[in-house]
Ligand binder design. Structure first.
Ligand code: LMR
Length: 404
């Protein structure tokens, strides 16, 4: 069976991390995979997480199975924080998943089970793994416009593309902090986009892996809730990797919103049976930790303040990088870098420049010119800005304002 197995195409993001680890240069810079780094270059464990873990170590009395849905205390508490105006188990349900990725995959698998001919609309620039997830679930993908290097104060191009979406189709939308562009629609443009989709039998799948890094935790959650309220049915895949720093614990959830308690209960049953057929049930450690945090007012406030500090730090790094590119002679409007949300932005550069920066200068940049600004140390900003400015491609910048 294994004879003549061709090697798979390497994952464009995670293979970069592997190459970085092997690189012996001491001045190498990793702007690839989306992890936050503090001023000392570490990806810290949140203080609230450490406290909760200490409590868990003492209080946990069994490691018996939890159940297919996962940790209901975590799901309910997280749901109440995210969607305070909606009722868990009545307006929506949730299943704990392996990170936000697992949440998107489970939603897509359910869509495939219920409407196998659905098309999934994804932004023309998106997290590359979306395509793998759509393919693995058996659905097909089409794209709608997503600007890469210009702020999105209008959704007109996306609305044009999505005019072709049919009833039963799904639209993947990045809840906040678009990956890889960092460009979120202005609130008015987002309203305009979803107004154009509402009432057409279209189901949003909101990939919300970065809640808390955009305009702040409750503001980001409120923007997502606003979308949900427009649609009778929708999914939200959330992640605790970045905003609670639990990357390797693989904690996330698939929230499914429906029109009645009966419908959401049936949906939950299907999500559980799909999970059972894939991995049976999720791991509990991260979920128990977050449950402790969310149920303890002080710990919850502590976690939110730590998250806010990371958000502010990233904002400062964005502004510095934008300034330094201009100082290095970058003759274009870099305000989309300073004003973008979350960890990422795209820099207009072609693949050969990305490889050259990696090979010659030891600066690791993600696919398509994606920079993880959340990992950019102050000491490296000037050097990175110079490298980027020397790699700038005006043709890419100019072609951004057209539909895919
Ligand atoms: C990223 O986009 O870098 C992260 O979401 C990590 C991943 O799994 O790709």
């Amino acid at each position: 069976m294994f004879a003549n197995v061709p090697p798979p195409a390497p994952d464009p993001i995670l293979s970069l991390s592997a190459a970085f680890r092997k690189d012996a240069r001491t001045d190498k810079v990793d702007l690839g995979v989306g992890v936050y780094r503090d001023v000392s270059g570490k990806t810290p464990i949140f203080g609230a997480v450490k406290s909760a873990e200490r409590g868990l170590l003492e209080s946990q009395t069994t490691k018996a199975y939890v159940g297919i849905q996962g940790n209901v205390g975590f799901l309910q508490s997280f749901g109440e924080l995210l969607f305070p105006e909606l009722a868990f188990a009545k307006d929506y349900t949730a299943v704990q998943t392996l990170g936000g990725t697992g949440g998107v995959r489970l939603a897509l698998d359910l869509v495939h089970l219920l409407t196998p001919n659905s098309t999934v609309w994804v932004p023309s620039s998106t997290w590359g793994n979306h395509y793998q997830l759509i393919k693995a679930s058996g659905l097909r993908a089409k794209t709608y416009n997503q600007q890469k290097y210009h702020s999105s104060t209008s959704a007109a191009l996306a609305i044009d593309d999505l005019a072709q979406a049919q009833s039963g189709d799904c639209v993947i939308f990045h809840g906040c902090c678009h990956n890889p562009t960092g460009i979120d629609y202005s609130e008015a443009a987002q309203d305009e986009l979803f107004a154009s989709l509402a009432g057409r039998g279209i189901v949003p799948i909101i990939d919300a892996a970065y809640i808390g890094f955009g305009a702040g935790f409750s503001a980001d959650a409120a923007r997502i809730a606003k979308i949900i309220r427009r649609f009778p049915e929708s999914f939200v895949a959330v992640s605790c990797s970045k905003n609670i720093g639990l990357y390797r614990e693989r904690l996330g959830a698939c929230f499914a919103f429906g029109e009645s308690k009966e419908l959401v209960t049936a949906v939950q049953g299907h999500l559980e049976s799909l999970a059972r057929g894939m991995y049976s049930m999720p791991a509990d450690h991260g979920a128990s930790v977050v449950e402790i945090i969310l149920k303890d007012h002080q710990l919850c406030e502590h976690w939110l303040s730590e998250l806010e500090a990371q958000r502010q730090h990233i904002k400062q790094s964005r502004a510095k990088l934008s300034d330094e590119i201009t100082k290095a002679g970058g003759d274009f409007d870099t305000s989309y870098i300073a004003n973008g949300n979350g960890m990422f932005c795209l820099f207009p550069m072609v693949d050969t420049s990305i490889s050259r920066l990696r090979e010659v200068e030891g600066i690791y940049i993600g696919p398509g010119g994606r920079l993880n600004i959340a990992a950019l140390a102050d000491a490296d900003v000037t050097r990175v800005a110079l490298g980027l400015t020397g790699s700038f491609d005006r043709g890419l910048l100019d072609s951004d304002l057209q539909s895919p």
